[in-house]
Design a protein around this ligand. Sequence first.
Ligand SMILES: [Cu+2]
Length: 138
Amino acid sequence: MRRIVLLAAILGLLAFVLTACGGPSSPSKSIHVTMTDFQFSPASFTVPAGEPIAVELTNNGAVAHSFIIMKAGDQVQSHFTDADKPNVLWEVPAVAPGESVKDTFTSPSEPGQYQIVCGVAGHFEAGMVAKLNVVKGQ
Ligand SMILES: [Cu+2]
């Protein structure tokens, strides 16, 4: 009997630990992004829908970069232009080399995949693109 109680306690603890740790795809309410010439690292983020998300951008590159989240379904095609500006959901327009910027945005209420780009001329073409995965909050 005592063994069964102990086993139940261990299983309960294990379930709690597994839930608390989550997998690599579990949504995060904060995003830490390192910018270099020319990429975002990491290049994929998962956040819960409709929640305030803290963003910290650190530019370790030699030139300024921006962090632009495009609206649902809007993808920058060959390069970021003035025509893309109405489709911007949220942005940090400039992070100077060697600087860090902290800001907060509210994640979209609609789950899905959103494109993140750097809007500085030539950077999108150089591969400065990332993904924001918005999932239903738990
Ligand atoms: Cu850039």
